[in-house]
Design a binder for this molecule. Structure first.
Ligand code: NG1
Length: 410
């Protein structure tokens, strides 16, 4: 069907088609950019790209879901385009500058069935699908790992200083399993999901657009983690990295040190106290965060370091088939995200509570939060009641997730 639509649009058949999944994250939220572990799984919804070559370095892209045809010259990409979805194409093309024949262009048709309202990784699915499609089309021979690395920077150039969870799970997912992802040193391992585990996914009704307010709220959290890492590094006498990351201190910072962090602080003051250049705290891939803006510091460290321990515990619970234990960890994760990380919303809280009341073992927001989606763990006995409870408060979609494979050429 995608090939037919492509042929109808461009008057020739595509030479390459690829797909990239979306994802939910079981646990390990807002830990990736502190280089601490995550435990996501790919879902069957995703993005498909059909592609054929064009000459002169022109890349044309159309979609039936997204309005407005994109026309980008590889030789003159210029500034960030105005249309939100064109930006991710632009980000991908920037990463391919200097690769392949300079005059290779492309015609693309991009189709997705992944909701773009936030939380299911539609932006990374899109970026990964475009990068894989172009790599195959232009014979660049990039490996999945290389595409993951390119996609991470591509999205940061669009403005969200994200970690690497989404791109990694989309690139490397295994069907039927979640993936425990570590970032330092980089490692992935498949974590089998107990046969009786059911995962309910439900929309809160609140959009979390990564092109606007959610982007700023996200970057503010990234800077808060850097400030906490810089202060802890200075106080513990440990080099926290450039930029400073909490992952370097995770085994060293005890409750007492975390409790002594300031509730809030600005980068200028933290740089003075920690004896670091203010740039390492505020410089983002796209732009600079204000060094005078006060952000949450202690609660950020408290969430991130406790969430990393919950990832370890959740992996163990899955291995032991302890679904009740997994559920308790999911509830604790949501509580920490809501109270300390302040990235939940009334809609997400209500949805999680409704699913717990409906019999879920546990429920939490998934992805960055600020709106978007929540997930709940259930058993075959309770799943119908949890779905019904979700449907009572969610405007939809509400669906059951299965663990899909990673991106592929079709
Ligand atoms: P969402 O907003 O669900 O795509 C974002 C980041 C992740 C991770 C989570 C929070 C992007 C592309 N992804 O996910 O890296 O930090 O938030 O755990 O921004």
């Amino acid at each position: 069907e995608l090939k037919q639509a492509f042929t109808a649009l461009y008057g020739e058949a595509p030479s390459v088609t690829v797909r990239a999944p979306g994802r939910i994250n079981l646990i390990g939220e807002h830990t990736d950019y502190s280089l601490l572990p995550v435990l996501p799984l790919a879902i069957p919804l995703g993005t498909r790209v059909a592609a054929a070559s064009d000459s002169g370095g022109l890349v044309t892209a159309s979609s039936r879901q997204f309005q407005g045809t994109a026309r980008l010259e590889r030789g003159g990409l210029g500034q960030l385009p105005a249309t939100p979805w064109h930006r991710y194409l632009w980000g991908a093309l920037k990463m391919l500058e200097g690769r392949g024949a300079p005059d290779s262009g492309a015609r693309l048709l991009i189709e997705g069935d992944l909701p773009t309202t936030g939380g299911l990784s539609s932006s990374s699915s899109f970026t990964m699908a475009v990068l894989l499609g172009l790599s195959e089309l232009w014979g660049l021979g990039l490996s999945a790992e290389e595409l993951v690395a390119l996609a991470i920077v591509a999205e940061r150039q669009v403005g969200v200083e994200s970690g690497g969870m989404d791109q990694t799970i989309i690139g490397l997912a295994r069907a039927g399993a979640a993936l425990r992802i570590d970032f330092e040193p980089p490692a992935v391992r498949a974590v089998a999901l107990p046969e009786e585990l059911r995962l309910v996914v439900a929309y809160s009704g609140e959009q979390a657009p990564k092109g606007g307010s959610a982007r700023d709220a996200y970057n503010e959290r990234v800077v808060g983690c850097r400030l906490a890492a810089a202060l802890l590094g200075a106080r513990l006498g440990v080099e926290p990295g450039t930029p400073p990351v909490l992952g370097r201190l995770a085994d060293l910072a005890g409750e007492e040190e975390i409790a002594r962090l300031p509730e809030r602080g600005c980068a200028a003051a933290v740089a003075r106290e920690a004896g670091v250049e203010v740039d390492v705290l505020v410089k983002l891939t796209a732009g600079v965060f204000s060094d005078a803006a006060d952000v949450w510091v202690r609660p950020a460290a408290s969430h991130v370091l406790s969430e990393a321990r919950r990832v370890d515990a959740a992996e163990q619970a899955l291995g032991a088939g302890d679904l009740a234990g997994l559920g308790r960890l999911m509830d604790a994760s949501h509580g920490s995200l809501a109270e300390d990380y302040r990235c939940s919303t009334p809609g997400l809280d209500r949805l999680c509570q409704a699913m717990r009341n409906g019999g879920a073992l546990g429920a939490r927001l998934t992805g960055a939060g600020f709106g978007g989606y929540a997930i709940a763990a259930a058993t075959p006995d309770t799943v119908e009641a949890v779905l019904a409870a979700a449907n009572q408060v969610s405007p939809g979609p509400v669906f059951l997730a299965t663990a899909a494979g990673g991106m592929e050429r079709l």
